[in-house]
Design a protein around this ligand. Structure first.
Ligand SMILES: Cc1cc2nc3c(=O)[nH]c(=O)nc-3n(C[C@H](O)[C@H](O)[C@H](O)COP(=O)(O)O)c2cc1C
Length: 230
């Protein structure tokens, strides 16, 4: 996507300045906190459909995330095709069965106990959308020459965060799902070797009887996650 002749430095005026008062900053931060507190990872989905345009707008938002050297080393594949969802479920459950049979190691499996996860992944077929997020280890200029990407995991992690928040703003729920290994997704979705699958986001509406694990509600208090020097 990059054209070599356009890769030069040219400053432009800052396009947007919030200019909020202290009170507006406080209420803005509080409002965001209250909203994001409502987000939960959901594992039980209704089959209610979601329009493609909603998914597209959320992915456009994810594409605005900061990235190393602005290389935007991500690719999203959005799937509502029943056949492909079924094949992803089959392959993912194959890996999950091996993981829960001991492949994941005792400590990891024990750590997952309070979350209540297991090898069955019905959500991969029930939910209207799966979004597979790929990290691109390298890209290509318009003339085909390869360039390296930097801080790939950091950049794609931030973009995934943007996407999860955009989906939440749209009134949808999601599940970050990471069957391990995920190489099968390259073959199934026709992505090149430069693309590393990072996660599958299951996206849709919660089922009527959806639950969340109580353990997921326990978040570290501020004094544990923040150190301040004044
Ligand atoms: C990188 C990553 C991988 C995850 N993988 C899985 C997964 O494979 N299966 C699953 O049920 N949840 C998975 N989760 C979801 C976590 O279990 C969930 O975020 C955590 O329990 C906290 O709950 P919350 O998102 O509702 O706050 C994953 C989350 C992240 C960030």
């Amino acid at each position: 996507m990059f054209q070599k002749h356009k890769m030069n430095y040219q400053p432009i005026p800052l396009p947007y300045r919030a200019g909020k008062s202290n009170a507006e900053m406080k209420s803005g931060a509080e409002a965001f906190f209250t909203e994001i507190k409502q987000r939960h990872t959901v594992r039980d989905y209704s089959t209610q459909s979601v329009e493609l345009s909603v998914i597209q707008t959320c992915i456009k938002a994810a594409g605005l995330a900061p990235s190393g050297a602005n290389h935007q080393p991500w690719h999203f594949v959005a799937i509502s095709d029943e056949n492909i969802k079924r094949r992803i479920r089959e392959e993912a459950e194959d890996e999950e069965r091996k993981f829960y049979a001991g492949g994941g190691g005792d400590e990891w499996i024990k750590a997952l106990e309070p979350i209540g996860t297991g090898p069955s992944k019905t959500h991969l077929e029930d939910a209207p959308w799966l979004i597979v997020i790929f990290a691109e280890r390298y890209g290509e200029f318009d003339d085909g020459e390869r360039y390296k990407n930097y801080y790939v995991s950091e950049s794609v992690g931030i973009a995934a965060g943007f996407l999860i928040m955009a989906l939440h703003s749209a009134g949808l729920v999601s599940l970050t799902h990471t069957p391990n290994p995920m190489k099968f997704l390259n073959k199934l979705l026709g992505r090149p070797p430069s693309n590393k699958p990072l996660m599958i986001l299951t996206v849709g509406h919660p089922a009527e009887n959806a639950t969340v694990p109580a353990a997921a509600k326990i978040k570290k208090p501020l004094d544990e996650i923040l150190t301040v020097y004044i």
